[in-house]
Design a protein around this ligand. Structure first.
Ligand SMILES: CC(C)(COP(=O)(O)OP(=O)(O)OC[C@H]1O[C@@H](n2cnc3c(N)ncnc32)[C@H](O)[C@@H]1OP(=O)(O)O)[C@@H](O)C(=O)NCCC(=O)NCCS
Length: 259
């Protein structure tokens, strides 16, 4: 694969994952426009209210802005492979502002691993258990109700594989894999707060790289810039940025329903 194909494969993997999770929230639907693809859900959170796969022109950018204004929460993901080149300018003109950025990273798989035990969750009960573990690590400051919604959606998105890292019979880490045709995506990689700094995160990442090696696939992930060097030490390199936009004036959330 060329570097461009790898980056596009990584972006495709991200879209599959975000739409799988969004559509796993009950009553979510997709909307496909010429300039973008959106997930729209009743739960007022960007997990199921977002647009991605952008190929905007001034008209579709305006359409997207009015869609975003009709929702209480709405993210727009600009990712490598989107167009046109002046996407940022188009979005800015429609009052979108960058709310945060993630680094898109990829790595060639590595064929050796002799680390801790990693077990795939195969039934709905074990999927929910590891999904709950993940939401506790990522959303400890959010409400229990929010964590339950996200954990249930994660468990229900069965095309995404969930794995537990076990140490002395206890779950100390977790990871979600999105298996694509040529690219495997790593998501929700986490270690229990009490077990961090012991090398478990590195072991879990190395395990994912060895799984990808067995399938001869490239590995991708998205991370906050402060973790970039940590992943670089594990063999990853940056291939682009994911820019997350929201409207500078928050959506009213009442345009569509007319209430
Ligand atoms: C990121 C994470 C998986 C690392 O797991 P871990 O088991 O602590 O990692 P390791 O023990 O293998 O490596 C530790 C090293 O990672 C780096 N590191 C870990 N978390 C970091 C952070 N938040 N910021 C910067 N560096 C970090 C440090 O260099 C640390 O070195 P130190 O032990 O000398 O401090 C863990 O911190 C975690 O679960 N964080 C919350 C969820 C998360 O952000 N996941 C990443 C999604 S992309």
């Amino acid at each position: 694969m060329t570097p461009e194909e790898i980056s596009l494969g990584a972006s495709e993997n991200l879209l599959r994952t975000y739409f799988s999770l969004g559509l796993a929230i009950p009553n979510s639907t997709t909307l496909t426009d010429e300039g973008y693809r959106a997930c729209l859900g009743e739960f007022e959170h960007p997990i199921c209210n977002f647009a991605a796969g952008l190929h905007l022109d001034p008209w579709s950018a305006k359409q997207l802005a009015s869609l975003a204004a009709s929702r209480k929460a709405f993210n727009v993901y600009a990712i490598p492979g989107d167009s046109p080149e002046h996407l940022q300018e188009l979005l800015h003109r429609c009052d979108f502002r960058i709310s945060y950025r993630l680094v898109q990273m990829v790595a060639e798989p590595i064929g050796r691993h002799s680390g801790p035990m990693v077990v795939r969750a195969t039934d709905s009960e074990s999927r929910l258990q590891i999904a709950q573990f993940m939401t506790e690590q990522f959303f400890s400051r959010q409400t229990e109700a929010f964590r339950t919604r996200v954990a249930t959606a994660t468990a229900d998105a069965t095309e995404l594989e969930l794995y537990s890292l076990l140490s002395y019979g206890r779950t100390t880490g977790g990871v979600m894999l999105c298996p694509g045709e040529k690219v495997i995506g790593i998501y929700n990689l986490c270690v229990a707060s009490a077990s961090r700094g012991l090398g478990l995160g590195k072991e879990l990442t190395a395990w994912a790289l060895s799984e990808a090696f067995k399938q001869q696939k490239v590995v991708t992930l998205q991370c906050d810039s402060h973790l970039q060097s940590w992943y670089e030490d594990l063999g990853f390199h940056a291939t682009g940025m994911i820019e997350v936009y929201t409207l500078s004036k928050p959506g009213r959330g009442d345009i569509m329903s007319g209430t």
